[in-house]
Ligand binder design. Sequence first.
Ligand SMILES: Nc1ncnc2c1ncn2[C@@H]1O[C@H](COP(=O)(O)OP(=O)(O)O)[C@@H](O)[C@H]1O
Ligand SMILES: [Mg+2]
Length: 251
Amino acid sequence: MLAYYRVTGMLETNGVSKRFGGLVALQDVDIQVREGEILGLVGPNGAGKTTLLNVIAGLYRPDRGTVRFMGEDVTRMGLDRLCRLGVAKTFQHPQSFPGMTAAESVMVGACFGNHHTPSRAEARDEAAEWLEFVGFPDGKADRLLAHLNLMELKRTQLARALACRPRLLLLDELTTGLNPAESVEAISLIRKIRDQGTTVLLIEHVLRVITGVSDRVVVLDKGEKIADGAPAEVLASPRVIESYLGRAAAS
Ligand SMILES: Nc1ncnc2c1ncn2[C@@H]1O[C@H](COP(=O)(O)OP(=O)(O)O)[C@@H](O)[C@H]1O
Ligand SMILES: [Mg+2]
């Protein structure tokens, strides 16, 4: 089986298409995520990035195409089962339960992860470890999510996803809303997560955020994949310059 993963990638989408009424959000999208890499998925607002991540995570069903994870067809599998297989996801807008504390929300991840069902005490210990791993401020673990700032919420989200012990982590716009110093911290956290063994698929709409940290970059535009390769290669692609950088420079 291992040789098969090496050839095909840990996760792959084949011919994924998704419409919302008359709007084509994704058109025949093929991407591969290879084990151990950070893959950046980039594209202007409305390009279809979040939709693709939602299809991968089982939140949306594609109209056509398949999603495979570790060789298994997971196209119609929900996020809860995928999580047990080793896929965890964060959301573009930190949706959360404002009445939960940071520690409690990470304990939820620990309890629904792919490895085992811990006792409450074990889940609490695991939550504390993951909060420390992501640099969550000491002493704030028992604060309500409603009272955390954006960076603290993002750290909590990451800790919650990591507490599931994912093999693959799907991150949607981790740095959006952060100031430049916080973005740099978030990017170094992504490296740290990959270095401890988790493969990362990272969405961003800001190209420069993603090119520094990604091993490979896929560019979507209007629901179609327009580039796929090493960051330098993608940055030099005339189609990317025209359709993505041109628009960004103009805005
Ligand atoms: N649930 C939905 N219902 C209708 N249209 C949607 C929905 N989700 C996304 N879209 C549309 O699909 C297109 C792609 O959106 P999205 O995947 O959110 O793009 P991105 O994340 O790249 O900004 C956009 O035109 C958006 O308005
Ligand atoms: Mg989005």
